[in-house]
Design a protein around this ligand. Structure first.
Ligand SMILES: Cc1ncc(COP(=O)(O)O)c(C=O)c1O
Length: 459
């Protein structure tokens, strides 16, 4: 959200001139939805783009403008928009029924792929979203351990349910965000990522911790990167203290590698939450992990053990359309180099953008791991060398708390004017369909954007 006036900005005026169709729709939407939007990260002043169609790494708005897409379906589209095999699988399934209210073959094939790809998956339970998956993982951990508390890491995002709100974007003192009960927030212990000593202290001080949950490549899909050494320490310390470890691989799963971050880093969590790529661009999520924990969802096992079963209905769990897309997508992930291609593009894009920043003498840096892109816009104007920028050397508040919100906002609008849709980080996720043309278009758009911002006195 901008913190500087956006009137009289040539960039904003040009954006308005290029997108009258989006403006007209935004006016209608403002009468329907709070802020005119249906997902917080789609909020942008003066209004967001209205997209008409998409294909591979690109999308077109209602005014006919084309964009290289770095939203990637909020991370769901490793295979790009409308992958032909995923589309065909969904089309074939829609003719056969969208909901049977019964078991079906595709849910088995889908879970078999999850178990084949995710190293720690001994059992799977499908949900309808990542938020539902982390909610179920926390409930499983509390029920299994009989303990109430949950360790979370500041800034990490795990969906929007009540156990996950404090310490994400606000309330870093652990108090409840508006609408959440104090008793719920009070059972969450917040810790800084990459701070092994603080984590060890927390684990020593409390003997009633059920689990720790983490985004294994760092907060917000890697905006605040994790030192892999910390991940290994987290596994060691939680195991020593009998605390369950939940990897939230909603973004990382089937992206950073076929087996997610746990395969890339060689760490075995007790539970894993999945969504996004899991369902091939349709809605879906899952909890996977240790059989003895997921057994709490099992009618027979809990009965024999005299334990209380965790109830889990859910109208759209393992929905046939999501299963069809998921099976098609995960088969491609398993059998092709899709993850590697996206990762390679990420590495090249970050290097090329940093070369632009150096050539244009702007003290910004592109960083990220695997197929993520983050742009550091350096609100405190510290001296950096973009091509050798190491985000781990900078405090999280500097990386995340970008007080240059007005600059970031205009940068995103200018990138759109130059044919690239970056996410609000600012940055984005990369698909396996991003290729040479998208690379050159993005690099040229960034150079032009830097020049436009300089002309406007922003940098
Ligand atoms: C790491 C992580 N966990 C959980 C979620 C919530 O998933 P969903 O949006 O499917 O509810 C997200 C969503 O972006 C996420 O990035």
């Amino acid at each position: 959200m901008p913190d500087t006036p956006i009137t009289n900005s040539p960039i904003v005026s040009a954006y308005r001139a290029a997108t009258p169709g989006s403006a007209a729709r935004a006016e209608r939407a403002a009468r329907l939805f709070p802020s005119g939007i249906t997902h917080d990260s789609r909020y942008i002043e003066p209004y967001g783009l209205y997209i008409d169609r998409a294909s591979g790494p690109r999308k077109w708005d209602v005014d006919g403008n084309c964009y290289v897409d770095y939203f990637g379906g909020h991370g769901a589209l490793l295979l790009g928009h409308c992958h032909p095999e995923v589309t065909a699988a969904v089309q074939a399934q829609i003719e056969r029924g969208t909901h049977y209210g019964a078991c079906h073959e595709l849910e088995i094939a889908w879970a078999e792929l999850v178990m084949r790809l995710i190293p720690s998956a001994e059992r799977v339970r499908f949900t309808s979203s990542g938020t539902e998956a982390t909610l179920m993982a926390v409930r499983l951990a509390r029920a299994f351990s009989g303990k109430p508390k949950l360790i979370r890491f500041n800034h990490h995002f795990h969906g929007w349910h009540d156990h996950m709100t404090s310490g994400h974007a606000s309330h870093f003192d652990g108090t409840a965000t508006v609408g959440v009960l104090d008793a719920v927030a009070g059972n969450v212990l917040l810790c800084d990522q990459n701070d092994e000593a603080a984590l060890a202290r927390l684990l020593d001080q409390h003997d009633d911790i059920a689990a720790a949950i983490i985004e294994p490549t760092g907060a917000n899909g890697g905006k605040l990167p994790i030192d892999p050494k910390f991940l290994h320490a987290l596994r060691r310390l939680t195991a020593e203290q009998g605390v369950l470890l939940i990897f939230d691989e909603v973004v990382n799963g089937f992206r950073v590698s076929r087996g997610g971050a746990q395969a890339a880093y060689g760490i075995r969590p007790d539970l894993t939450t999945l969504a996004k790529i899991l369902a091939g661009g349709l809605p879906g999520g899952a909890v996977a992990g240790r059989k003895d924990i997921l057994d709490l969802l099992d009618f027979q096992v809990t009965k024999q053990a005299g334990a209380e079963k965790i109830a889990h209905p859910g109208t759209f769990n393992a929905n046939p359309l999501s299963a069809a897309a998921g099976v098609a997508a995960l088969t491609i992930v398993a059998e092709t180099d899709a993850c590697d291609r996206a990762n390679r593009f990420g590495e090249t894009l970050r290097r090329r953008l940093n070369e632009v920043f150096e050539e244009e003498s702007v003290a910004w840096a592109a960083y990220g791991t695997f197929s993520s892109l983050e742009i550091f816009t350096n609100s405190e104007r510290v001296a950096i060398e973009p091509t050798s920028f190491d985000p781990l050397q900078y405090p999280l508040t500097m990386l995340k708390g970008d007080r240059n919100a007005g600059l970031v906002h205009k940068m995103r609008l200018a990138m759109m004017l130059n044919g690239v849709d970056l996410s609000s980080h600012p940055g984005g996720v990369i698909s396996a369909t991003h290729g040479d043309a998208e690379l050159e278009d993005t690099v040229a758009a960034m150079r032009q954007t830097v020049r436009m911002l300089r002309q406007e006195g922003e940098i």
